[in-house]
Design a protein around this ligand. Structure first.
Ligand SMILES: Cc1cc2nc3c(=O)[nH]c(=O)nc-3n(C[C@H](O)[C@H](O)[C@H](O)COP(=O)(O)O)c2cc1C
Length: 352
């Protein structure tokens, strides 16, 4: 029998309603992405990786990553760093901000991160990795999870040696993206390793890497025994992929639906980042949403060149006038949650 993705499971006391987790992606996983992911079937969403040093120094932009909306739960906020005490402090802030889980990044392959001893390098420094997990788990009452790669070098099996130790140190769940750090995103994710990790630990394992269809999700769940699959790149500008994976609903969205979702995404991102930052941030999303033959290429290029999001919205509505009614309906549906957007507790700012 094929695994049913619409069944719930748990990480510790946190109940997760579906077997699909939306991947943390730096420069992508803004609140609009996460809320949209929940609407389209993700059972758990995750922030992009947040620097524990940035939190320690109360960097304003870093603190912005801790903003949690009421309709995102369950939500994991991911932190990265190499100092157990600083990571523990960061975890306390993440818990205070309202996250249901603290996720630790032992997978980032980017040099800017690895050269500080954080991210994937910790797979080669298991003692420190375990100290970080123990410090974080001891600092918060929400469950702590870890996301990792297979190891640093191609063919590495470091994750299998480190994984059980991280669980012993307090990790309540492990996510494996079975590529090496050196591979970055080349080659394929080797989920035979995920199956081995599932056998080696007694906590839920989430399988990440190259899951872009329902058939693939079911094959990976059945072949590995993982509790859930994580979807990253396939969901960029394409929340309909999540619906297809979870619910087998695989109709291509209409132009109006695409334009409406993109307009909502733009509006929410402006609210989160402000117009100036949002204009640059959103450019990559235009290609992602409007590609796949949905809109002509010159139209995407036009949008990228525009200076204001109001003008982007105007062009989208001109290209797909029926989107206006859909946007109105979505705004109505979502406004309730908008109103109770949680602001960060004042203590997080170190204020009075
Ligand atoms: C643009 C981008 C940013 C990413 N940022 C993060 C991150 O902040 N934290 C993390 O643990 N993984 C990050 N990843 C890795 C993804 O979470 C995921 O493990 C990987 O993309 C493989 O899954 P996919 O094939 O479904 O994309 C990132 C991936 C991409 C493409």
């Amino acid at each position: 029998m094929q695994p049913d993705l619409r069944t719930s499971w748990n990480i510790g006391p946190v109940e997760i309603p579906t077997r699909l987790v939306l991947a943390p992606m730096a420069g992508v996983s803004v609140q609009a992405f996460r809320r949209q992911g929940r609407r389209f079937g993700a059972g758990l969403v995750c922030s992009e990786m947040v620097s524990c040093a940035g939190l320690e120094h109360r960097n304003e932009r870093t603190l912005g990553y801790l903003r949690v909306a009421s309709d995102e739960h369950p939500l994991a906020i991911q932190i990265f760093g190499s100092d157990p005490a600083v990571m523990a402090d960061a975890a306390r802030m993440v818990e205070a901000a309202g996250a249901d889980l603290v996720d630790i990044n032992f997978g980032c392959p980017v040099r800017k991160v690895t050269k500080t001893g954080a991210g994937a390098t910790l797979l080669e420094d298991p003692d420190r990795a375990c100290r970080i997990v123990a410090a974080v788990a001891g600092a918060v009452s929400v469950p702590v999870s870890v996301k990792m790669r297979r190891g640093l070098e191609d063919g590495s099996r470091a994750c299998l040696a480190v994984g059980p130790r991280l669980v012993e140190a307090g990790a309540a769940s492990l996510t494996l993206h079975p590529r090496s750090a050196k591979q970055m995103y080349t080659g394929t994710a080797d989920h035979a390793l995920t199956a081995e990790l599932v056998d080696a630990v007694d906590v839920p394992v989430i399988a990440s890497g190259d899951i872009s269809s329902r058939a693939r999700a079911q094959a990976v769940l059945a072949g590995t025994g993982a509790a859930a699959v994580m979807v990253g790149r396939a969901a960029q500008g394409n929340p309909w992929a999540l619906r297809e994976i979870v619910d087998a609903e695989n109709g291509e969205p209409s132009r109006e639906e695409v334009a409406a979702e993109l307009i909502m995404f733009v509006r929410e991102t402006v609210r989160e980042l402000g117009e100036r930052r949002a204009v640059g941030f959103l450019k990559k999303f235009y290609g992602w949403y409007l590609g796949r033959g949905r809109f002509p290429r010159p139209f995407k290029q036009e949008l990228v060149l525009l200076d204001t999001t109001a003008e982007v919205e105007r062009r989208l509505l001109a290209a797909a006038p029926g989107a206006a009614a859909l946007v109105e309906r979505l705004e109505d549906e979502l406004s309730q949650a908008d109103e109770i957007l949680l602001d960060m507790p004042i203590s997080i700012y170190g204020g009075g």
